[in-house]
Design a protein. Structure first.
Length: 466
């Protein structure tokens, strides 16, 4: 049973903070208490900022007491993935050494957030340079998926600690990034909601790059309502296309495409069944369900298996900006960076053109429906032990990212929300995809889905205690 005020919906936190029945210090103290009881076990944070967050919360409460209001996220406890530059906090990007100090000067996303005076609880673990979908890290270890207290299962990556920070109650909102699924995979594997924004909508400046072409800032929260609340608080200052989240539509006014091919392959037991049950529930509530296959998805996966753009673009960044980091790379990252040496320039240019063609085809296809519904991840979060044999990690990593990478390579925005548990008791996510720049409408559609199915707290309840 969740009794801590940090588990309240963000809208309710917002109202209580301004009404005087809740303080920013109370929220931070709740996060600190939960970190003390769960933090070492869950290992969500590389840099914990609890005491500094409490001091910031005291100042925030003083501003509130004087009638000041700096924005909707004022006083909300937030975790930030350790590839964002944040003043006063070191940036490692999951690597073995601290990055140069200019990686602590905030870019537009963090600056927009900090102007609203949230309580920054710390920086969460990332796969090294965000290059992996399972959440492992040879330097710092992997956060523990909170839904299995017996086995150490992966939390999803590369925003490895983000979802964990929400489930264990040390944050109410988490900042992540998504290049091939790095927001949606950890959100699905830890049972929360996650938003991948359209590439180019929010600036990636002062976010350590994996792929300059495909990187997208994103959000994780315990429900789509919370995502919509945070998105609206940030989006207006970050894009000229901002218009606010739209009114929640009726399910009876929505048409969802459900593919027959690609997205259902190799599902761990219970995943397809949970997603199909959720789709049937939406249909029973009035939504129109039609069969719709995105064209050329197999081409996407082939391109992804060949390294896509990320391997080349990360190799270029490391060799020009951080050459000293290459020798100590996590072996799982090093192998993919080294493979970029064998990709000629003409092949990279060809791949860029291929992504433009794929994106045009997908955008045209999705004009026929309001959104596409698929499983988010087809793989139950694996145990760390299962990834040790030769070849086990690359195979599992590819499967974890198989469904989510489609949105990145096809220029779409994407959302995931929990819909149940698989046969081993791990969370299952429903992926909702929409055309480019439809982020605000996608969130409204997600709210309509969530209103019918329930949010993470309603569907999954509380994870087992450590």
């Amino acid at each position: 049973m969740h009794t801590s005020p940090i588990f309240l919906p963000l809208k309710e936190q917002h109202a209580r903070l301004r009404g005087g029945s809740l303080s920013a210090v109370q929220l931070v103290d709740a996060a600190i208490d939960l970190h003390a009881s769960r933090g070492d076990h869950d290992h969500a944070y590389l840099t914990w900022n609890g005491e500094a967050a409490r001091e910031m919360a005291r100042a925030t409460d003083s501003v509130l007491a004087c009638g000041g209001d700096t924005g909707s996220l004022m006083g909300v406890p937030v975790s930030i993935k350790d590839i964002y530059a944040v003043p006063g906090l070191p940036t490692y990007a999951g690597s073995a050494r601290r990055l140069p100090r200019h990686w602590e000067e905030p870019g537009p996303v963090v600056s927009t957030l900090l102007k609203q005076l949230p309580s920054v609880m710390g920086k969460t673990h990332s796969v090294e340079f965000a290059f992996g979908g399972l959440g492992t890290n040879a330097h710092w270890g992997a956060p523990r998926n909170p839904w299995d207290r017996v086995h150490h299962r992966t939390p999803g990556g590369s925003s490895a600690g983000a979802g964990v920070s929400l489930i264990n109650g040390t944050a109410g909102l988490a900042l992540g990034t998504d290049t091939a699924g790095s927001v949606r995979v950890p959100a699905a594997m830890t049972g929360v909601a996650g938003l991948k924004t359209t590439a180019g909508r929010w600036s990636t400046a002062q976010i350590v790059p994996l792929s300059a072409t495909l990187d997208t800032p994103g959000l994780l929260a315990r429900g789509v309502d919370d995502l919509a609340f945070a998105f609206e608080a940030l989006d207006g200052a970050l894009t000229i296309r901002a218009g606010g989240v739209l009114a929640r539509p009726s399910l009876a006014d929505l048409t969802f495409g459900v593919p027959e091919a690609y997205f259902w392959e190799h599902c761990s037991p219970g995943i397809a069944e949970s997603v199909q049950a959720a789709i049937r529930q939406l249909e029973a509530a009035g939504a129109r369900i039609v069969t719709l296959d995105l064209p050329r998805t197999d081409e996407v996966f082939t391109l992804f298996q060949q390294g896509g753009l990320a391997a080349v673009e990360l190799a270029a960044f490391l060799k020009t900006q951080l050459p000293e980091a290459i020798a100590s790379l996590d072996p799982n990252v090093a192998a993919r960076v080294k493979a970029a040496d064998d990709i000629p320039g003409w092949e990279y240019v060809r791949r860029c053109g291929e992504l433009k063609s794929l994106s045009a085809n997908a955008a045209d296809c999705l004009t026929r429906v309001d959104a596409l519904l698929t499983p988010t991840v087809t793989l139950s979060p694996p145990t760390l032990e299962s990834l040790e044999p030769d070849g086990a990690y690359p195979k599992a990593n590819m499967q974890a990212l198989r469904n989510t990478v489609v949105a990145n390579f096809m220029g779409l925005c994407g959302l995931t929300l929990p819909v149940g548990k698989d046969d081993v008791g791990m969370p299952v996510g429903l992926q909702v995809l929409a055309g480019p720049w439809q982020d605000a409408r996608l969130l409204a559609i997600g709210q309509a889905i969530e209103a019918e199915l329930g949010n993470s707290l309603a569907i999954l309840g509380a994870p087992p205690t450590p």
